[in-house]
Design a protein around this ligand. Sequence first.
Ligand code: ADP
Ligand code: MG
Length: 292
Amino acid sequence: ATPTSIMVGTGKGAEMGVLFRGGDALQALRGTQVVAMDKTGTLTRGRPELTDLHVAEGVEESQVLSLAAGLEQHSEHPIAEAIVRAARERGLRLESAAEFNAEPGMGASGRVAGKGLLIGADRYLAREGIDTAPLARHAEGLADAGRTPLYLAADGRAIAVLGVADPVKDGAREAVARLREQGLQVVMVTGDNRRTAQAIARELGIEDVVAEVLPDGKVDAVRRLQEGGRRVAFVGDGINDAPALAQADVGIAIGSGTDVAMESADVVLMSDNLGNVPNAIALSRATIRNIK
Ligand code: ADP
Ligand code: MG
């Protein structure tokens, strides 16, 4: 009965928008103990908006925004897009950067309007020896509200903190609750600020958070979760996390994701509906039960 049940299970999956790439995927999913989930674009909508701007003394908001956006127009990061959009909405004219350098998982640097700029995470400024203390309370307040704080430095001085918000997806909280009812440990894995990640995890009912991982670090995070032979599924959109999808026992790509996610995944969710993660687990359990 084995091949038939798997065919039936695979067919049922397809009806609800869950593509199992090969019968192995359906079987592998059944043994899953841990579901690790990317945050940005997987648990959250992945389209951040600029919501806050705190400037240091003597600094103008519009200048901050045009410098930041001037630099970020050369970056493809969703955070960069949020900053550029906000500047355009305010009718600011953006000067191109004379130099630009992206630092994955950290931020970006370059030269705009004669100033040496740096924008990104607190750890990035710290690495470059820039003091963030005068603006830190603004950054912490943003992070505790689930927003991502970014520092802007000009010529070695932190001149502003910008806040971006990326709301959680509809149904994400319910999907997490169902996974936990299924007896699974749910872990959020993200490159984002620890406090921000913890605030969002709290909103979603997730207890375990691995934050501030560099893009290469997501694979290590999966490996650590696999220690002791635990079987880990990783859910991601392929932005930064294709290697983690491949490392996991089962890689689950969400449908609005990238081609590379589809290629690295064992299971593809055709829609943004995170409820299909517990649905897929339930289906794998029901299907394999039939085989026995
Ligand atoms: P995630 O895993 O959440 O998708 P990333 O690894 O892409 O995160 O980025 C981690 C952090 O690095 C961001 O939260 C941000 O603080 C910083 N960062 C990366 N790229 C940029 C950028 N272009 N502008 C500002 N900050 C950036
Ligand atoms: Mg993502």
